[in-house]
Design a protein around this ligand. Structure first.
Ligand SMILES: C[S@@+](CC[C@H](N)C(=O)[O-])C[C@H]1O[C@@H](n2cnc3c(N)ncnc32)[C@H](O)[C@@H]1O
Length: 249
C-alpha cells in the first residue's frame, strides 16, 4: 500500500496533432508528482490509481484486453468492477445494453468469480450490425454474434440477446436488476432502455451510463437523459471517466 503506481496510455480522442500532443504529455508526466494517470482523455496526478492496486481486477482487466481502447479505459472498467462488487450482494440480475465484443461483461464476471459468477448477466446488442450511424465497430458483420457467444462458452450465467433495443427485450428480460450498464452511444437507444429497465432496478442498485459525461457527439445523451432523470427525482453523478452513475433508491 505504500506503492504509488503510474499509468500512461496514448489512446485518447479529439486530438488534432497526435505526435505533438504525445510529446507534450510525455513531458507533462515527467513534471508531476507520482500517481499520474494518462489516457481516455484524462490526465491527473497525485492519485492512488486504485484500479492498478487491486490484483483481482488486474487479472480480470488484463485477461480481457482486445485493443488499445480497452487498455486506456481501465479507470472506466474499474468503476464497473466496483459497482459490480456492490451489486452482486443485492437481489436481481446484471444487465448490459450495448455489448460489442463482451469485454465489459467479461471483465466484471472475471473479477467476481469468472465461470462461477453468481448472477445471470444479460447482454443486449444487435451484434452483427450497429444501428448508430457512423459508429460501426471492427468485426460487426455476419457471424460476429457467434464469435461473442463463443467467448462466453464457459460462462453459464451469461445470456446474450441479439436484436435491436428495446424490441429485443421481448426475447427475455429480468424482472429485477441489480446492476445496469448502458453503453449504446446514442440517446434514443439509451432512453428506450431506461424506459423498460430503470423501474426494474432494485433499491441500492447502480446504473452506469458509459458516455453520459462525454461532450461532442455524445452530448445529446446528457441533454436528453438529465430531464428524464430529473422528472423521476434523480440526478446523475458525472464521473471524470466520462461515465454517469445513478444510485437507485
Ligand atoms: C460502445 S459499444 C459497447 C461496448 C461494451 N459495453 C464494452 O464495455 O465493451 C456499443 C454497442 O451498442 C450497440 N447498440 C447501439 N444501439 C443499439 C440498439 N438500439 N440496440 C442494440 N444494440 C445497440 C452497438 O451495436 C455496439 O455494439
Amino acid at each position: 500500500m505504500d506503492r504509488v503506481v503510474n499509468f500512461a496510455s496514448h489512446k485518447y480522442w479529439g486530438v488534432s496533432d497526435p505526435d505533438r500532443f504525445r510529446a507534450l504529455m510525455d513531458e507533462a508526466c515527467s513534471l508531476v508528482s507520482g500517481g499520474h494517470f494518462l489516457g481516455d482523455n484524462l490526465f491527473t496526478w497525485g492519485r492512488n490509481n486504485s484500479a492498478l492496486d487491486d490484483p483481482s481486477f488486474l487479472t480480470a482487466w488484463q485477461g480481457n484486453l482486445q485493443n488499445d481502447a480497452d487498455q486506456a479505459i481501465v479507470w472506466r472498467r474499474y468503476i464497473l468492477a466496483c459497482a459490480a462488487f456492490h451489486c452482486v450482494q443485492l437481489d436481481g440480475d446484471f444487465v448490459e445494453c450495448g455489448v460489442y465484443t463482451g469485454t465489459g461483461i467479461k471483465t466484471v464476471m472475471d473479477y467476481l468469480g469468472g465461470p462461477n459468477f453468481p448472477k445471470t448477466f444479460w447482454g443486449y446488442d444487435t451484434f452483427d450490425t450497429n444501428p448508430v450511424e457512423g459508429h460501426i465497430f471492427a468485426g460487426q458483420e455476419e457471424g460476429f454474434f457467434e464469435k461473442v457467444q463463443q467467448r462466453f462458452a464457459d460462462y453459464p450465467k451469461a445470456r446474450l440477446i441479439k436484436g435491436f433495443i428495446p424490441d429485443s427485450f421481448a426475447q427475455g428480460c429480468p424482472e429485477r436488476v441489480a446492476y445496469l450498464h448502458i453503453d449504446l452511444n446514442n440517446a434514443d437507444g439509451e432512453l428506450a432502455a431506461l424506459e423498460v429497465l430503470f423501474d426494474r432496478v432494485v433499491a441500492g442498485g447502480i446504473v452506469v451510463m458509459d458516455d453520459y459525461e462525454w461532450a461532442g457527439v455524445y452530448r445529446p445523451q446528457k441533454q436528453r437523459e438529465d430531464p428524464w432523470f430529473e422528472a423521476r427525482g434523480y440526478r446523475v453523478f458525472p464521473l471524470p471517466t466520462g461515465q454517469g452513475l445513478v444510485l437507485k433508491r
